[in-house]
Design a protein around this ligand. Structure first.
Ligand SMILES: Cc1ncc(C[n+]2csc(CCOP(=O)(O)OP(=O)(O)O)c2C)c(N)n1
Ligand code: SF4
Ligand SMILES: [Mg+2]
Length: 281
């Protein structure tokens, strides 16, 4: 347990407390994911004025509005597009995207693969609850086989995406997966993702207790979160969990990492080079 940093972290220092109570259902995993993010921000001693949160539409995107920093709640599927413009125009900001599995992989899937390829310095946190929570529980690109949703009343027949494998294949220079079950490990993963220079993608295994949990008879919210124990392998931080549940959640921790050139630096160097050539010419 990270007691030193836990002891001096008070989440209320990072929230717009005047907006409370929040909208989330009891037991929703997104609240734990939000806590892990703000704890990582605290560990990194990031000034609120330097922090920009861009979020899409969904229960996941909605949590961004509670953060006491520069926040942008933008159109569905487009937070990476907005964040790209912001990070390029304001490299002094630390830009973090909060998105859902539907927001990021369905309507926003094209933006994701190009953000991975481009490698602009951004951190993308995808809260994966396997469903479109906000709109009443439709199937998403990460819904596991046979799961019941409002649009798959007989069980999901589509194979799901492994979002981390997709991000790594598209060129993301930092890829990781964490669970709301393991808040400290998740906080450390998010901290490392923010610190990485380039495009970082983190899948956060979260739970929609109210819709996904009820529809699939997954029990109470504590029972549901315990089901996240899904890996036969130790994660890259050395934690071992023991029973498969979600097919894609087989490994947590840092899954891919490299130090290839960051897009903003390369772009500014190209502009300066062209300006220098014009003066010399
Ligand atoms: C252009 C557009 N299409 C559809 C919607 C409706 N819509 C709002 S949120 C959402 C899905 C949210 O699912 P996800 O991103 O997984 O977030 P969650 O609520 O599960 O956290 C959809 C389809 C919209 N707001 N805008
Ligand atoms: S509908 Fe699901 S994802 Fe949305 S707040 Fe409720 S539990 Fe969370
Ligand atoms: Mg979702």
């Amino acid at each position: 347990m990270d007691t030193a940093s836990a002891n001096d972290f008070d989440i209320r220092d990072y929230l717009r407390v005047e907006l409370l109570p929040h909208f989330m259902c009891p037991g929703c995993g997104h609240g734990i994911a939000l806590r892990a993010l703000l704890w990582a921000v605290h560990d990194l001693k990031l000034a609120k004025d330097r922090l920009a949160i861009v979020s899409g539409i969904g229960c996941s995107g909605r949590v961004g509005a509670y953060i006491d920093a520069n926040t942008f709640h933008v159109t569905h599927g487009r937070p990476l597009a907005f964040a790209t413009g912001l990070a390029l125009a304001r490299p002094d900001l630390e830009v973090i995207v909060i998105t859902g599995d539907g927001d990021c992989l369905a309507i926003g899937g094209n933006h994701l693969i190009h953000a991975c390829r481009r490698n602009l310095h951004l951190t993308c946190l995808m809260f994966n609850n396997e469903i479109y929570g906000m709109t009443g529980g439709q199937v998403s690109p990460t819904t596991a086989d046979d799961r019941l949703t409002t649009t798959t009343p007989y069980g999901n027949a589509e194979p799901s995406f492994d979002a981390c494998a997709l991000a790594a294949a598209a060129g993301a220079s930092f890829v990781g997966r964490g669970m709301t079950l393991q808040t400290v490990a998740l906080k450390n993963l998010i901290r490392d993702a923010i610190s990485h220079r380039g495009f970082s993608f983190v899948e956060v295994i979260s739970d929609c207790t109210e819709i996904f949990g009820r529809k699939n008879d997954l029990g109470s919210s504590p029972e549901m979160i315990l089901r996240q124990k899904g890996s036969m392998k130790p994660d890259t931080y050395g934690n071992v969990v023991d029973r498969p549940f979600r097919p894609n959640a087989v490994q947590t921790g840092v899954l891919a990492r490299n130090d290839r050139p960051e897009y903003g630096d390369a772009y500014r160097a190209a502009v300066l080079g062209a300006a220098g050539a014009a003066v010399a010419g």
